[in-house]
Design a binder for this molecule. Structure first.
Ligand code: FES
Length: 147
């Protein structure tokens, strides 16, 4: 059994402790905003916040985060749109939209550490992949959200 907090809800998973957090969130908690892209930690579609850090949920066994605080895209935006989401909308970042939840989670974590990141820092730290190629608009949106 693994216990941690998900979107401010104490949560208990009766799953193998090696179960990737991605699948606990999607299959047991029905939090399907966290996406499965590669399953190997490369694409970032599964990015969530764990204790203030952007982490790739497909690479995090649930048994390794006992007592942690996990925030998914659903928790980030429960009451109103987060400034990163508003900036993504304003800059028309989304195309197919599949990578966007992970991008938003990664951008929000970056902006907590640095409210005014340079383009170089955004490109270096937001390593999430997008097959639509939204990277120029992503940089604009992250800088807008920090303002
Ligand atoms: Fe986790 Fe791609 S699905 S990094």
């Amino acid at each position: 059994m693994s216990r941690f907090t998900v979107n401010n809800q104490p949560t208990e998973y009766r799953l193998d402790p090696q179960t990737p957090l991605l699948w606990a969130l999607r299959d047991a908690s029905n939090l399907t905003g966290t996406k499965y892209g590669c399953g190997t930690g490369q694409c970032g579609a599964c990015t969530v916040d764990i204790d203030g850090q952007a982490r790739r949920a497909c690479q995090v066994p649930i048994g390794s985060i006992e007592g942690s605080y996990v925030t998914t895209i659903e928790g980030l935006s429960r009451e109103r749109n987060h400034p990163v989401q508003l900036a993504f909308l304003a800059e028309n970042v989304g195309q197919c939209g599949f990578c966007i939840p992970g991008m938003v989670m990664a951008a929000a974590a970056l902006l907590r550490r640095d409210a005014d990141p340079s383009e170089d820092r955004i490109r270096a730290e937001l390593t999430n992949l997008c097959r639509c190629g939204i990277y120029p608009r992503l940089v604009e949106a992250v800088q807008r959200a920090g303002r």
